[in-house]
Design a binder for this molecule. Structure first.
Ligand code: ZN
Ligand code: ZN
Length: 154
């Protein structure tokens, strides 16, 4: 298809990068310059067809058709659902009642963000730990953040 020149990325067809399997490659003109931008047509694991810049696919910037991001937000909702029932009560029971001022919704919001220290995602099977910024103050929303269990053990 393409003989390939300097700066050219070799044939990507049939290769798989993250969730994307390349089915076609082509070039588009890049603005005013004569440089061409290599594009890949890919089939995502979820079945969607997506077009992305080859550099992004190979470099790992584009990992899916976008379904990974959708799953992430679904995961957050899933965490919210499962957590509010069990883990909220569990955490609440660990501290003295006078110190626990978090509502389920606030607790969920604190737990739904990535680890404050290492930016690791909160996962259902490896939940984060709610910490206080100031231990003199109770568990109120403004005084709380979450970190992963690994950062917590350091
Ligand atoms: Zn997909
Ligand atoms: Zn962490």
């Amino acid at each position: 298809m393409n003989k390939g020149g300097r700066g050219n990325i070799s044939n990507c067809i049939n290769r798989t990068y993250a969730r994307l399997t390349v089915v076609d490659q082509y070039y588009i003109r890049r603005g005013e310059s004569n440089q061409n931008r290599k594009m890949l047509k890919c089939v995502c694991e979820c079945g969607n067809i997506t077009h992305a810049m080859a550099a992004h696919v190979i470099g790992g910037k584009t990992k899916s058709c976008g379904c990974i991001n959708v799953e992430k937000s679904r995961l957050r909702f899933a965490i919210a659902d499962t957590m509010t029932a069990d883990i909220y009560e569990f955490c609440k029971n660990l501290v003295h009642p006078s110190l626990w001022k978090l509502t389920k919704q606030q607790f969920t919001m604190i737990m739904a963000v990535n680890c404050t220290i290492c930016d690791r995602e909160n996962k259902i099977n490896q939940l984060h730990i709610v910490k206080r910024k100031n231990n003199q103050l109770p568990f109120i929303y403004d005084n709380c953040y979450s970190i992963c269990s690994e950062c917590n053990s350091i």
